[in-house]
Design a protein. Structure first.
Length: 156
């Protein structure tokens, strides 16, 4: 039984540890694929490769010269992979909440900023007033004794 691989150049997305990366499939065999990606993979990592609606599950079996060999769980059809269009990002349905412009959150952020500015002003004013009060009391204490002596000398 001969193992044949087909050289291809198919862009895809891979999912490793719940993170998605861009990748490119370079070879497709009956039970393995060879890819290149910027993702940092280690031998034994589970990988999910997607091209359009096709999903290939497997694990990293080898890494050499910037290429990564993935042993797949099921056989991979070269024709199906090449015929599958790239998956395009879909827009959410018009009733979807994520599409609604959130003017209320912008207004809330502005109000929050104003409250923060007012609190900052109040804190700085209190700190400055407290510092001035401490300075005046210390000055009063420092000058009370000499002024008492001076008034005693002048008064007698």
């Amino acid at each position: 039984m001969t193992k044949t691989t087909t050289a291809v150049l198919v862009p895809c997305r891979i999912n490793v540890d719940t993170r998605w990366y861009d990748a490119c499939i370079h070879e497709i065999g009956p039970n393995d694929i060879v890819i290149s990606t910027t993702a940092s993979l280690r031998r034994g990592d589970n990988v999910q490769a997607r091209r359009g609606t096709l999903t290939i599950n497997g694990h990293v079996s080898w890494i050499r010269n910037g290429r990564i060999g993935i042993a797949t769980q099921n056989s991979v059809s070269v024709g199906a992979m090449l015929d599958e269009p790239r998956h395009t990002a879909r827009r959410a349905p018009s009733g979807e909440r994520r599409n609604v412009a959130r003017a209320s959150s912008i207004a809330q952020a502005e109000r929050s900023r104003q409250i923060g500015s007012a609190m900052q002003f109040a804190a700085l004013t209190l700190a400055t007033g407290g510092g001035a009060y401490l300075l005046v009391t210390q000055l009063y204490v420092a000058l009370t004794i000499p002024l008492t002596r001076i008034s005693a000398v002048l008064g007698s």
